[in-house]
Design a protein around this ligand. Structure first.
Ligand SMILES: Cc1ncc(COP(=O)(O)OP(=O)(O)O)c(N)n1
Ligand SMILES: Cc1ncsc1CCOP(=O)(O)O
Ligand SMILES: [Mg+2]
Length: 209
């Protein structure tokens, strides 16, 4: 994985979409997202065979556009589908317990403070997702927002580490996030709720500084 793979990291599940989720994903892929995370969670999330089939359909699209397909939380699904990687948070399966099963795959870890950051680095995370940077409506149990100062702090300590920022990121505030030192932005609602998804992805791809 390269740091540039984190440039525009799209995260999605059926609950995030007002329209057919596969159309939303295909628009985003066509417009040039650089990474995708399958995050099917929430009270109305698909279950069982439907869940697996939806994941497979997302994976097929990502493969077609040569974009890494990352599974959120679900180690079993990621292994079953031979996904390109997995993203785990502090309350999910510990990184030390999954590296063995994900040799050569991408492992991302969520980080909210310096202590979690140094642990993630020590345990060999391929990238970290830091945030929420701003207020988010897509994750009801999110930690309080850190602001961009947290990105600056982490970037100063880890000049070359792959870092993606997440939480409340829009085309209006993404430059601030990149300027603070993130390699890219991870977004749900900015793309899912956009009235022009391709334009939104294109804006995220253009750095204005
Ligand atoms: C890129 C990225 N960063 C952070 C998260 C959040 O993970 P987590 O804290 O485990 O919360 P859930 O997404 O599982 O609700 C993420 N998914 N992706
Ligand atoms: C999964 C996740 N983890 C921290 S904030 C967040 C939600 C990001 O969604 P949005 O881009 O809509 O704020
Ligand atoms: Mg998680």
């Amino acid at each position: 994985m390269n740091r540039s793979d984190l440039a525009v990291y799209f995260i999605m599940g059926t609950e995030n979409c007002k329209e057919e989720p596969l159309n939303v994903l295909e628009d985003a892929l066509q417009a040039g997202i650089t990474m995708f995370q399958f995050r099917e969670k929430g009270p109305r999330a698909l279950k069982g065979e439907e869940y697996v089939e939806f994941a497979r359909a997302c994976q097929r699209l990502c493969n077609h556009y040569h974009v890494p397909f990352i599974v959120n939380d679900d180690v079993e699904l990621a292994l079953k589908l031979q996904a390109d990687g997995i993203h785990v948070g502090q309350k999910d399966m510990a990184l030390v317990n999954i590296r063995e099963q994900f040799k050569g795959k991408i492992i991302g870890v969520s980080v909210h403070n310096e202590e979690e950051m140094s642990k993630a680095v020590l345990n060999g995370a391929d990238y970290v997702g830091i945030g929420p940077i701003f207020k988010t409506t897509s994750k009801p149990d999110a930690e309080p927002p850190t602001g961009v100062s947290f990105i600056k702090e982490i970037r100063n300590k880890y000049p070359n580490y792959p870092i993606v920022a997440i939480g409340g990121i829009t085309t209006e505030n993404s430059n601030e996030v990149l300027q603070a030192g993130a390699d890219g932005v991870a977004v749900i609602s900015a793309i899912c709720q956009s009235s022009n998804r391709r334009e939104t992805v294109n804006r995220f791809k253009t750095k204005n500084y």
